[in-house]
Design a protein around this ligand. Structure first.
Ligand code: ADP
Ligand code: MG
Length: 790
């Protein structure tokens, strides 16, 4: 058992461009702990005489100042916890702080650079690395990802669901068993056999989290997210299993409601969040108090889920994220106060060992067999678990004699055989309960019952055979259906990849089959990874929102939006970096192939020398065969050298592979974010248009319901947009050729080439309104672009 207090660290976020630095200082010297001193300037508005405190001092295990990089955070905070988890203890790392103070950055990481990856991806990498190195145990790893929003839990990893709202995800509920252990119903545990699979799951969860979030519900700052890695290990042949869990928790923003100044729906939300953080605080206060027997864990879902992490069987670490700019000093102080209370809590982590029941049965069976053998050796008789008919009849006779014997001292001696003793007791009990039934009858009754049951089991067997045949047929039909469905899905996926405007970069992605490369005897090859089968859940957003296709007009608008988007620089940078890495990997792969061939050549030379020397020995036996051969020795040394360089290159190769995969995930994430921004922007534009020109829009649905809007645009061709006429808005619409023209005089001067565009109308008022809305939006984009170019 390991008894220790929760470790509390602080991390100060770098200042933003427009932020004014608050006054603080970090002192690392004091008795192993670091202290943070925050100074609040006297507020002149309060008058010269005020009793407001000026400096506040807080102690932490360590304070990471603005320059601290992600790798240092991982090494100092997360690595020790990951090590404990590998050893069989539970671990938790949670980030606490106001919105924008860097919780998500610390726990998950930034979406721009590979070096910005946070605690989760680094921990996964570390854990799988360690598991691979330890061949003395068999490990299995699973991950789960839970989001708690407004006191409801949602499973972020369910691949069967395509969520466009949080409510579409499976709801997770809490169950408590008779031993008061918490179980999460509906939270899926996904097996991850390697780092890549685990990262894909993290990415799937993050994507679901992002997509479920709308401008109305900024769930990410108002929800708690718990990413859990479940590790179990067992030594081969042993019945003892060790199970441990690592919770990596990104809590909701801790800011107080008054400051956020929200109302209505948001207030309800804030109430819930603040309530759950309030309950967290209550639990922490209760735990810090001595002699408190009741800890109010049950008040909120989050405290119930984290019960073990707080004051239980767990090694827990907290990271207080601070944004010490002038405006956020108050919030930073309250975060530090919370941290000081957390630091008082003592946890007792125990090794989570349990016995595997299947292995236990095997062991017990063996033990029984050993005992039986021993008994047979001692008694000289072989014993089965059942008594034979002959033995039963003998016993019946003995019992009868015993009962009839009038001598009070008579005994019933059946020998030291438990089976016989038990039989006697049962038989006597039956006679006691049914005194009229003779023992003979009892026995025969048993026999006839046995016959009946034999007959019955024969019938049962026939029935089961029929059922089995029926199930076989059903399975065959299902397998055929499945094959057809799979083919359909593959075709659809192929189409999606081909049509997706975003997939160009991904097409360059390379999948490197590591297994093929583990042994030098295999060749290195790089193949284009259009293979999405290992990451089927990627790009759910695109397929969901557009039904697998974007209309051409919408695509055109998206292209322009993409160019303008701030993240396009990040994508471009990462694209370049990816190209570089691909080139490096390719070059390394070729080099590795060369080294491998070289090793093979050298081996061949050694074999040649062996043959030559053997031939020599046959022709002139006087030659000393076993004499030291300096040439061979030199060849062997060369092989060793080549092997060394092979190993170094191979490690670099593996590192590059992980980096490439991570970069690809980052890029997909940024792209999805961009698409989401586009969707929000697009519907905003449509809404604005309706407000400006209400008479043109006949159905309110066309403006507010974006997916319908896109669909109704899908029948438009690009040609419709390139045809340009110049007609002022005051002119009558040329109904003859069934087209309508829209022009904007102010726009005309800025982007004359696209100021008015003629498009054919469908005659359907709703679709026409859509077309107009689209055209307006398109002009806005062009206008924006024109302005920027200027
Ligand atoms: P929170 O999750 O607490 O609301 P985020 O992690 O989203 O805050 O951080 C807000 C912004 O600040 C993000 O753009 C993030 O990239 C940036 N950021 C946070 N911490 C750091 C850091 N230590 N270094 C660089 N950027 C950071
Ligand atoms: Mg966050």
């Amino acid at each position: 058992m390991v008894k220790e207090t929760i470790r509390v660290y602080a991390r100060v976020k770098p200042l933003g461009r427009r932020q004014q630095a608050g006054s603080y200082s970090v002192d690392d010297e004091e008795d192993l702990l670091s202290s943070l001193e925050i100074t609040v300037p006297r507020d002149l508005a309060d008058g010269f005489v005020n009793n407001k405190r000026e400096t506040y001092k807080f102690k932490f295990q360590k304070i990471f100042d603005q320059e601290a990089k992600q790798d240092v955070i991982f090494d100092s905070i997360a690595k020790p916890v990951a090590e404990c988890v590998l050893a069989g203890y539970n671990g938790t790392i949670f980030a606490y702080g106001q919105t924008g103070s860097g919780k998500t950055f610390t726990i998950t990481g930034g979406a721009e650079r590979y070096s910005d990856r946070g605690i989760i991806p680094r921990t996964l990498s570390y854990i799988f690395d360690q598991l691979q190195k330890d061949s003395s145990k068999v490990y299995t790893t699973h991950v789960s990802y839970l989001e708690i929003y407004n006191e409801c839990g949602y499973d972020l990893l369910d691949p069967r669901h395509e969520a466009s709202r949080l409510e579409d995800l499976p709801k997770v509920t809490i169950m408590e068993d008779s031993d008061q252990n918490i179980h999460l119903k509906n939270l899926s545990l996904q097996q991850a056999t390697n780092e890549e699979e685990a990262l894909n799951l993290l990415f799937l969860g993050d994507t679901n989290r992002m997509i479920a979030e709308t401008p109305m519900n900024q769930a990410s700052s108002r929800s708690h997210c718990i990413f859990t890695v479940h590790v179990s290990s067992k030594e081969p042949g042993s019945a003892t299993i060790r199970r441990s869990k690592l919770h990596l928790v990104d809590l909701a923003g801790s800011e107080r409601v008054a400051k956020t100044g929200v109302g209505g729906h948001l207030l309800t939300e804030a109430k819930y969040i603040n309530l759950s953080l309030h309950y967290l605080e209550q639990v922490i206060i209760a735990l810090a108090e001595k002699n408190r027997s009741h800890i109010p864990y049950r008040n909120s879902m989050m405290t119930s889920v984290l019960r073990d992490s707080l004051g239980g069987n767990c090694m827990t670490t907290m990271i207080a994220t601070l944004s010490i700019d002038k405006r956020n000093i108050d919030e930073s102080i309250s975060t530090c106060r919370f941290a000081q209370r957390v630091a008082l809590i003592k946890n007792e982590a125990v090794l989570n060992e349990e016995i595997d029941p299947r292995l236990m049965i095997v062991q017990l069976k063996k033990e029984i067999q050993d005992l039986k053998d021993e008994l047979e050796l001692v008694t000289g008789k072989q014993r089965t678990s059942e008594l034979s008919q002959e033995e039963l009849l003998q016993l019946d006779e003995l019992i009868e004699m015993f009962l009839k014997d009038k001598d009070p001292d008579s005994t019933l001696d059946v020998g030291a055989d438990m089976r016989k003793i038990k039989y006697c007791f049962i038989h006597m009990k039956q006679l006691m309960n049914h005194p009229t039934i003779s023992d003979k009858k009892l026995l025969s009754q048993n026999i006839s019952e046995e016959e009946d049951s034999n007959k019955e089991s024969g019938e049962e067997l026939e029935k089961l055979k029929d059922l089995l045949q029926q199930r076989d047929n059903e399975i065959n039909i299902l397998v055929n259906m499945l094959k057809k469905e799979k083919k359909k899905a593959q075709d659809a996926l192929f189409q999606l990849n081909a049509s997706s405007a975003c997939s160009t970069v991904l097409e360059q992605s390379l999948s490197i089959n590591l297994e093929d490369r583990q042994s030098p005897s295999n060749c290195f090859s790089l193949k284009g990874a259009k293979d999405f089968s290992s990451s089927v859940h990627r790009l759910p957003f695109l397929s969901r929102q557009t039904g697998g296709k974007m209309s051409l007009g919408c695509q055109e608008a998206f292209e322009v939006f993409k160019r303008d988007h701030a993240d396009s620089i990040t994508i471009e940078d990462n694209k370049q970096l990816l190209k570089q890495r691909f080139a490096e990997v390719k070059c390394l792969g070729e080099k590795l192939n060369e080294v491998r061939s070289k090793i093979n050549c050298l081996k061949g030379e050694i074999t040649q020398r062996h043959i030559q020397r053997a031939a020599l020995a046959v022709s002139s036996p006087s030659e000393e065969l076993n004499m030291f051969d300096p040439v061979e020795e030199k060849l062997r040394m060369q092989i060793e050298e080549e092997k060394k360089s092979y190993k170094t290159m191979f490690n670099r190769f593996k590192g590059l592979k992980v980096e490439i995969e991570h970069l690809q995930l980052l890029m997909e994430k940024v792209k999805m974010k961009m698409q989401k921004d586009f969707e929000v922007w697009w519907s905003e534009e449509a809404k604005n248009l309706q407000q400006e020109k209400p008479e043109m829009v006949t159905s309110p649905n066309t403006v507010t319901v974006y997916p319908q809007f896109i669909k109704s645009l899908q029948h438009l061709s690009t040609n419709s947009f390139s045809e340009i006429t110049r007609v002022s808005p005051n002119e009558d619409p040329p109904g003859k050729n069934n087209s309508i023209t829209f022009s904007n005089p102010t726009l005309k001067t800025r982007t004359p080439q696209s100021s008015s565009t003629s498009i054919p109308l469908t005659g359907d008022s709703q679709a026409d309104a859509d077309i107009l809305a689209f055209m307006k939006a398109r002009q806005r984009i062009l206008q924006r672009k024109g302005l920027e170019n200027k």
